[in-house]
Design a protein around this ligand. Structure first.
Ligand SMILES: Cc1ncc(COP(=O)(O)O)c(C=O)c1O
Length: 499
């Protein structure tokens, strides 16, 4: 008998034992399902799962631990799937584990309520949706962008893009836009995506195995969690503040923990102009972070998903990419995916165009991820809005100055609104997260009960905002300047009422 046949016989024997144990385990699971049904207990119990993993992981040699973890996670899924099927908790048409409860988007819902209120009360403050509006309360659409769009021939608008990865001239224009300080010196690949959302989603889908954990900020754009859920990923959070100042200590701590248990780190960093707080790390903290992650990457791969949605509305926007210099210092075992959004930069939310820029020191690492991104794109949205990719290229080549002038005017408007709001908040003692720049400022409320009461009370005063974990987001980008005046004081009074 050949060696391989001997080994296969051994595997067969082990599989027989596993089958017997599996049968026993499922019979016990059946009893658990009955008990849970009788007592109205939910199938899902993440803390119990964690306890089981923590208990048994050390029983396995260290090199097998990541695989054992996957094996155990898969057992949990099978067990829950059986329980939910037996207890009629699932929908047999839908892939197991998908959340099929009604989807209510916090920002879009709040915005609808604000719009209804506006009809009855023109003094209503709509601080809900993250689109830049002028002082007349309507969305800003830059002429420089839409004139360029009008110059794109109809037949180009009607055509598919030049490739699933996007048009080469678009990808190059985006790269140059992000590399405006000429500070990116490592291999890169660009893939066009439907909005920044598409770029982040590509990264989240392709960088982690199912059941693995994605790191996101403890206060963050809600879609990160939804993306993780769609791909059977877990989420853990890190703090971005210490003593109400931006800090990377929370990130370092969580990345170290993640490396220890998962042997791989994938972290989303929404910087500069974080949504919802308006915080920005700056080049010094980025340099420190990359240095730390380089050291950590000796133990396993580290991927940084840098969501730069709002970077063109940083106060010093010309230099808002200065920190990208730090990506050149990444080790061979690190990579970054920088997610760009035309929705924000060009105020072209409905055009659904963005870009994922992969950066890696090793050409091969960039190329591999690029190839997986293209396949995922092909299988999900196929290709990106051709006319608008052309529009971006045209605008940059033919009327960049006109665009920058319009963008600067919009930025000045935003700066003035945030100056008023921040100054008044400080004067009246409205507690804010440390805002530096960007579309949103957020009132800090740690107590969940108070947060809920406060949010409701603001609604009842026709001040519409979006509730986040531990904060109330005020979209300064959409509130006309005259309505920003006195807003912080009113919000503080309402807070006092509900305290
Ligand atoms: C933090 C953040 N990242 C990314 C996006 C992506 O936007 P889009 O898909 O429209 O480009 C948004 C949109 O609101 C956002 O707030």
């Amino acid at each position: 008998m050949t060696d391989i046949n001997k080994l296969r016989n051994q595997i067969d024997e082990i599989d027989s034992q596993l089958a017997e144990l599996f049968q026993k385990r499922m019979e016990t699971v059946e009893k658990v399902a009955e008990y849970k049904k009788l007592n109205g207990i939910s199938t899902n119990d993440p803390s119990r799962e964690q306890k089981i993993i923590d208990k048994h992981l050390p029983e396995v040699e260290e090199k097998w631990q990541p695989y054992y973890r996957d094996f155990q996670e898969e057992l949990f899924v099978l067990s829950k799937k059986y329980q939910d099927t037996k207890n009629l908790n699932d929908d047999p048409f839908i892939r197991y584990g998908m959340d099929f409860s009604e989807y209510r988007d916090a920002a879009f819902n709040a915005s609808q309520n604000a719009r209804k209120a506006m009809v009855r009360n023109p003094e209503t403050v709509n601080g809900t949706v993250g689109s830049l509006c002028g002082d007349d309360g309507t969305i800003i659409a830059f002429d420089s962008v839409y004139d360029a769009y009008d110059r794109v021939p109809n037949k180009r608008k009607a055509s598919y893009a030049g490739g699933i990865q996007g048009n080469p001239d678009f990808n190059e224009t985006v790269f140059n836009w992000l590399n405006r300080l000429d500070n990116i010196r490592i291999p890169h690949r660009n893939v066009a995506t439907p909005g920044g959302t598409g770029a982040i989603s590509l990264a989240v889908t392709n960088l982690l195995d199912k059941h693995e954990t994605l790191l996101i900020p403890s206060i963050a754009w809600g879609s990160y969690r939804i993306m993780a859920g769609q791909h059977d990923l877990k989420v853990d959070t890190y703090e971005i503040f210490e003593n109400n100042e931006v800090s990377i200590n929370g990130m370092k701590k969580k990345c170290a923990e993640m490396m220890e248990c998962q042997h791989k780190v994938v972290i989303i960093i929404n910087d500069p102009c974080q949504n919802p707080t308006g915080a920005t790390m700056g080049k010094k903290l980025w340099a420190e972070l990359i240095e730390y992650l380089n050291e950590l990457s000796k133990q396993g791969p580290v991927a940084v998903i840098n969501d730069i949605a709002y970077f063109d509305y940083a106060i010093d926007w010309q230099n808002s990419t200065a920190y990208m210099e730090c990506f050149n210092e990444m080790s061979d075992n690190m990579l970054a995916v920088v997610c760009f959004s035309c929705s924000k930069t060009l105020t072209a939310y409905g055009m659904r165009v963005g870009n994922a820029m992969i950066l890696a020191r090793r050409e091969e690492a960039a190329e591999h991820l690029y190839n997986t991104f293209i396949r995922t794109a092909r299988a999900s949205w196929s290709n990106v809005n051709n006319g608008f990719m052309d529009c971006f290229v045209k605008m940059v080549n033919e009327n960049k100055e006109g665009f920058l002038k319009e963008k600067q005017e919009a930025l000045d408007l935003l700066k003035n609104r945030s100056r008023i709001f921040l100054q008044e908040a400080e004067e009246c003692g409205l507690p804010l997260y440390p805002y530096k720049e960007g579309f949103f400022a957020t009132v800090r409320i740690d107590d969940e009960d108070l947060l809920n009461r406060y949010h409701k009370a603001l609604d009842s005063h026709d001040i519409y905002t979006v509730k986040f974990a531990r904060g109330i987001r005020v979209a300064l980008c959409g509130i006309p300047t005259n309505k920003c005046i006195g807003l912080a004081g009113r919000m503080k009074d309402i807070l006092n009422e509900v305290m």
